[in-house]
Design a protein around this ligand. Structure first.
Ligand code: F6R
Length: 610
């Protein structure tokens, strides 16, 4: 979603800000803008479309000044056009801001301002905040005080950066519900909504806390709460390298991330899996071991792909640890006044660690007394910081909007969590050893599947012009079917649905004709024979069957139109392997259709609004 980059220092701010904005493009946006404090006042340039459109519109190098701020906007209030793009200014044009998040009471504030004679150019809530700060400045004659006063009156969420000609050697940053990071340089500072925008300049960062603000000058910075109480900031090191957020020779980030999975999966269990003891060491959960032992129920909450991982988690935990598990969409959980007991464990799964609905769900669970754990990829993200304990995914930065490697890392961590919990309960060391051994083989299995990518590309070529797809799987692979369908629709815009295979005859079978490809995830497990029956039902209606099946399954080739092979593993680990060809299929189909794979239309990488 929206991205922020601010700079104060000795270098020309504009090119530095624009290159930072480019690093944030992956998050999804529809307009871009910059504001530089120049000798003649604030110089603001903004444009609908990509950062490249802004660069075409204005010579970035001509924007002279060493203090400034830039923004990529993902429209919420008002169309994605030039006027609604950020930065926005106050009425006098001397205070500019960029804003991520939503000002919920902007209508009330706007009415007050309109009554007082102020006017507005855009339809945005963010401009209301800029004009409000300007009005307060006129009364208080102090930029920082005006910002603090305004922020104490607004409801909603913000990651905010303000610059002003009244204080040309200062930047103010503030956050509530939308992340901001300070990049600490030598005589210069950056502020950004994502570490990816600062890492080319510095690895030293400060993560602003909720309700915290920072005042940045060339010779230092201070942090305080929005209520003006000084805070202590901790300088941390960014945990990834620059090359991890570059394409490294691949055509798209998504393809690079698919091919990274042997490594990222391995990183998810390295130092954790204890094969000989048949168990797992999860250091991040040490403080809650007693609660885990006493847990009567586990609720997993998440959105999108992470919610699909949660569904696999439900099967895994119930299977290995025999603890009842419920999986909830975070967006539903947060509003339906869920029944939560103090011996419940609530787990939030999130790649970004910033998803607004998931964050709200964990706050609700904490309010009701549950122990809340996080399974999060982005180190230092809000969910990681607000949960009582947790396990990082260690998948590294995921830039492609469609989640791939984070999903398999979520399954890696969930499998280990289920094993860990199982071993605290009835699971024997021998059973644990078998699972641990098989899990450790997964990176090699993924490598084997990736070697067959060309075969998936051929199948993709054959089906790239169809309008609908069905994805079917059972047991552990029902969520894998949902995830396969989501991947395809996100990046290729083909309508796709996932179902438990046996549900097909309760409705979706009506769709099947010779134009309908149906993907079956059919490893040899205890319900394999049932899935074969479902395949026959599709063939009897002339549907096209693409089966994902075990290497040594010879029979399936006689009833399916295409077979994509995956190595043999435990049934509980098959969704991990089945996901790889499904990611490749979605990718190759989207490329054939000429879609923007890494930045699909309307989508954002990190959904920080409701
Ligand atoms: C799909 C996808 C989204 C996210 C969802 C939750 O490819 O990426 O469905 O999974 O928006 O995001 P996180 O995991 O960051 O909470």
């Amino acid at each position: 979603m929206c991205g922020i980059v601010g700079y104060i220092g000795t270098q020309q701010a504009a090119p530095l800000i624009v290159s930072g904005l480019k690093r944030l493009e992956y998050r999804g946006y529809d307009s871009a803008g910059v504001c530089i404090i120049s000798d003649s006042g604030l110089r603001i340039e903004k444009k609908a479309g990509r950062v490249a459109a802004l660069e075409k519109f204005v010579d970035i190098d001509s924007l002279s000044g060493t203090v400034g701020v830039g923004h990529t906007r993902w429209a919420t209030h008002g169309l994605p056009n030039d006027v609604n793009a950020h930065p926005h200014t106050d009425q006098s044009g001397s205070i500019a801001l960029v804003h991520n998040g939503i000002i919920e009471n902007y209508v009330t504030i706007k009415k007050k301002l309109l009554n007082a004679g102020y006017t507005f150019r855009s339809e945005t809530d963010s401009e209301v905040l800029a004009v409000f700060i300007g009005m307060l400045y006129d009364q208080l004659n102090d930029v920082e005080l005006a910002v603090r006063t305004a922020l104490s009156e607004v409801e909603g969420t913000f990651g905010l950066v303000v610059v002003s000609t009244h204080e040309p050697d200062m930047i103010i940053a503030a956050r509530r519900g939308s992340p901001l990071i300070l990049g600490i340089g030598n005589g210069e500072y950056l502020v950004a909504s994502d570490a990816a925008a600062v890492i080319a300049h510095t690895r030293q960062v400060v993560y602003l806390n909720e309700n915290e603000m920072a005042i940045l000058r060339r010779d230092g910075f201070t942090t305080k709460t929005i209520e003006n109480v000084k805070t202590r900031s901790v300088v941390e090191e960014v945990s990834f390298e620059l090359e991890q957020i570059e394409k490294g020779g691949f055509e798209h980030f998504m393809l690079k991330e698919i091919f990274e999975q042997p490594t990222t999966f391995h990183d998810g269990f390295r130092g954790r899996l204890q094969i000989e003891e048949g168990t797992v060491r999860l250091g991040g959960l040490t403080s809650v071991v007693d609660k885990l032992r006493a847990a009567k129920r586990i609720i997993i909450t998440a959105c999108g792909t992470s919610w699909h991982a949660a569904l696999v988690g439900e099967y895994l935990i119930e299977h290995l640890a025999r603890v009842p598990v419920e999986v909830e969409y975070a967006s539903e959980f947060r509003y339906r006044n869920p029944i939560i007991n103090s011996d419940d464990i609530v787990i939030a799964i999130s790649q970004s660690g910033e998803t607004a609905d998931t964050l709200a769900a964990i706050r609700e669970a904490q309010l009701k007394g549950a122990t809340v754990l996080g399974m999060v990829n982005v180190v230092g993200s809000t969910i990681a910081r607000e949960t009582d304990a947790g396990v990082y995914l260690h998948a590294g930065p995921e830039i492609g909007v469609a989640s791939t490697k984070a999903f398999t890392s979520q399954l890696c961590v969930l499998t280990q969590f289920a094993l860990y919990l199982g071993r605290m309960r009835a699971l024997s060391a021998e059973q644990g050893r078998e699972i641990a051994r098989e899990l450790a083989l997964i990176p090699e299995h993924i490598r084997t599947i990736l070697r067959g990518a060309d075969e998936v590309r051929r199948i993709a070529h054959e089906y790239s012009s169809v309008s609908n797809f069905l994805y079917l799987g059972r047991g552990f692979n029902f969520p894998a079917a949902l995830e396969g369908a989501l991947k395809l629709k996100e990046i290729s815009y083909i309508h796709a649905e996932g179902y438990p295979a046996a549900e097909m005859k309760h409705g979706p079978i009506a769709l099947i004709d010779d134009n309908m490809p149906v993907i079956f995830i059919a490893p040899k497990d205890e319900i394999y024979e049932k899935v074969l029956t479902n395949i026959q039902e599709v063939r009897a209606r002339s549907g096209k069957v693409i089966a994902i099946a075990d290497e040594e399954d010879e029979y399936i080739a006689s009833i399916a139109n295409h077979v994509i092979r995956i190595p043999r593993t435990l049934p509980m680990l098959t969704p991990i392997l089945a996901s790889i060809p499904l990611q490749l299929l979605a990718y190759y189909i989207a490329v054939e259709r000429g879609c923007n794979v890494d930045m699909p239309r309307n989508l954002a990488k990190s959904v920080t609004v409701e």
